[in-house]
Design a binder for this molecule. Structure first.
Ligand code: SAM
Length: 279
């Protein structure tokens, strides 16, 4: 069975008729910085159409004895997701973000923390960066310590090279760099900023990732300044553009791949940049 048949959602779930199922809506909290749903859970939320969904891996024996390799399946899955992102309302709303990216004019895209492509969430995130790059057409490289051999092959199929060593997100932006960091940990964003803590370097940084300002809301002022000295000092200089809501994808299940995610740019000058406690 192909992932592109009419019965397969782009998130890799297949619709099956269910008897007597009732609607159950997802109750994901809007407070956490990162929200994911387990990839293999059986989700019975049915959007009122008498359907339940089952994970594809529970499908027929025929499917399980598939001839396609894991890489081919991953590539196919990402392509399906790319197509979903590329069409419809989500893509229309994404245009504002694309305009911001184009205005910034990245010369390269560096992906940190996409995770392993065994995860549907990571596949959605890869699809998004590929879509954005359809508008800019630059080299993409990636690193995540959890990357598997299968992931590397899939990344390569999409023309993405792997960063050879763990930079701990301390790359100095010698050229205009789009850092694609979906749902990364706080310290990784802080590291990017620390490595580029000069006005002309910060101007070469565009981060797609968690709303940095939200970190301020979830910890005390002292903790925030101690845990992430550069995020705390950059906040007055952040320009933020939100990604469109995932609801616009009009899917049976929200992928929870872009929650709390936005584009952030940093405008400072020699007078406004805060150089206290530079380490
Ligand atoms: C919270 S997870 C997010 C994973 C995925 N993007 C998602 O939304 O489900 C953070 C990711 O950052 C990765 N990470 C941790 N240290 C890293 C580093 N030094 N460079 C790049 N990625 C890193 C982790 O392995 C993990 O995959």
């Amino acid at each position: 069975m192909s992932a592109q048949t009419a019965d397969v959602d782009a998130d890799g779930f297949t619709r099956v008729a269910a008897k007597g199922r009732r609607n159950r809506s997802s109750k994901a909290s809007s407070l956490s910085l990162k929200q994911t749903v387990p990839d293999s859970s059986i989700d019975t939320s049915s959007a009122g159409q008498g359907y339940a969904t089952i994970p594809r891996k529970r499908l027929s024996k025929k499917y399980q004895q598939r001839s396609k390799t894991d890489v081919e399946l991953q590539v196919e899955d990402v392509k399906v997701k790319l197509e979903v992102l590329r069409t419809g309302k989500f893509s229309q709303e994404l245009q504002t973000c694309v305009d911001v990216v184009n205005l910034f004019g990245p010369e390269e895209i560096v992906c940190y923390g996409i995770g392993s492509l065994a995860s549907q969430v990571s596949q959605w995130q890869l699809a998004l960066v590929l879509l954005i790059n359809q508008y800019v057409g630059v080299d993409i490289c990636a690193f995540d310590p959890v990357t598997l051999a299968t992931d590397i092959e899939t990344f390569h199929r999409f023309g993405i090279s792997m960063i050879a060593e763990n930079e701990e997100a301390k790359r100095v932006a010698t050229k205009r760099t789009l850092f694609f960091m979906p749902h990364c940990e706080q310290f990784l964003y802080d590291n990017v900023l620390a490595a580029n803590w000069e006005p002309d370097q910060l101007a070469r940084v565009l981060i797609i990732g968690n709303h940095l300002a939200r970190y301020k809301d979830i910890q005390s002022g002292d903790e925030f300044a101690k845990n992430s000295p550069f995020i705390s000092r950059v906040l007055p200089h952040v320009t933020c553009t939100d990604l469109p809501s995932e609801k616009l994808l009009n899917l049976r299940h929200c992928p929870f791949a872009f929650t709390d995610t936005c584009l952030q740019q940093f405008r400072t000058n020699s007078e406004t940049i805060d150089r206290r406690h530079n380490s």
